[in-house]
Design a protein around this ligand. Structure first.
Ligand SMILES: C[S@@+](CC[C@H](N)C(=O)[O-])C[C@H]1O[C@@H](n2cnc3c(N)ncnc32)[C@H](O)[C@@H]1O
Length: 281
């Protein structure tokens, strides 16, 4: 990950992810619930923006939430403690070098992480290997190419393009949502099903105007101002015009649309599976 664009690490970025999680809870999580007693790995939990929701919605499941960033883990622990959540164990760890054996988990959950990885298919293969037969892997990603709005603005699209380009240079892909199905299929996951979840925001939805258009999406674009200018991707005035036009979509006649993609795969019980594998599944 680049020094200049470290999605999820800075305090402001942590707040943005928290706003995003709070605003989008129903859209992203309404169909995710894990049975009592199941072991769930949350890979790349960041500052715990999804962790509190996941753990509260499946209060009898046990979560192991890992992230490569020790600072993010510390913040995530603070947030779950503050929320009174007791069914999460946090560990620092890299998805590509996790200390868990094959079949350690009943379910895996990954949100807004693949977009930062240069080897997302390899990550999915590794995470799938940690699943027990019959277990699920859930992956949620955005796609910044899915942002469209009224009034339309070339300047706003140019500012968004800076974010996309910086993330690409850092080895990630902020247009990954549209690739979720092919990536999960390439990783050999079983019974993959992806659906698109659109956030539609107009002035009749003030919570989304504030929580999503302003504090999530526009804040994220504003956050790349300095690195985008330093990289020579855009002139300061053009960038500021773009951000101004994104804010313009939050006015009474403005509209903002964005699509998230949620994929779920269920690990099949293999033909010739051992008696223990079938019995314990
Ligand atoms: C955009 S944040 C998303 C955090 C959280 N899942 C959420 O939805 O708010 C991406 C997270 O992935 C973590 N990450 C990136 N590469 C990783 C890796 N190889 N192993 C574990 N975590 C990783 C980052 O540290 C960061 O916290």
């Amino acid at each position: 990950m680049s020094e200049t664009y470290v999605h999820g690490y800075h305090a402001r970025e942590g707040e943005r992810l928290q706003d995003q999680a709070g605003t989008l809870v129903d859209l992203l999580h309404s169909d995710t619930a894990y049975p009592g007693g199941s072991l769930v790995l949350e890979a790349g939990c960041g500052v715990g923006a999804q962790t509190v929701t996941l753990a509260q919605r499946s209060s009898d499941a046990r979560f192991t939430s890992i992230d490569v960033s020790a600072d993010s883990i510390a913040e995530a622990r603070r947030r779950t403690d503050a929320a009174g959540v007791t069914n999460v164990e946090f560990r620092q760890g890299d998805i590509f070098a996790l200390p868990f054996g094959p079949g350690s988990f009943d379910h895996v959950f990954v949100c807004f992480v693949l977009e930062h990885l240069s080897r997302p298919v390899e990550a999915l293969v590794i995470l799938d290997g940690l699943l027990k037969p019959g277990g699920t892997i859930t992956v949620i990603e955005g796609d910044h190419g899915s942002a469209y709005f009224h009034p339309d603005s070339a300047a706003a699209n140019a500012a968004i393009g800076c974010q996309v380009e910086l993330q690409r240079r850092a080895g990630g892909n902020s247009l990954i949502g549209r690739e979720l199905y092919p990536l999960m299929a390439e990783a050999g996951l079983d019974d993959v099903s992806v659906d698109a979840r659109m956030v539609y925001v107009d002035a009749s939805r003030p919570d989304l105007v504030d929580g999503f258009t302003r504090k999530t999406f526009t804040a994220m674009i504003e956050g790349v101002r300095e690195p985008a200018i330093a990289a020579g991707l855009i002139e300061p005035k053009s960038f500021d015009d773009g951000v101004r036009d994104l804010h313009r979509t939050t006015e009474a006649d403005g509209v903002f649309c964005y699509t998230f993609f949620k994929g779920v795969a269920t690990k099949r019980r293999r033909a010739g599976a051992s008696f223990q594998e079938v019995a314990s599944a």
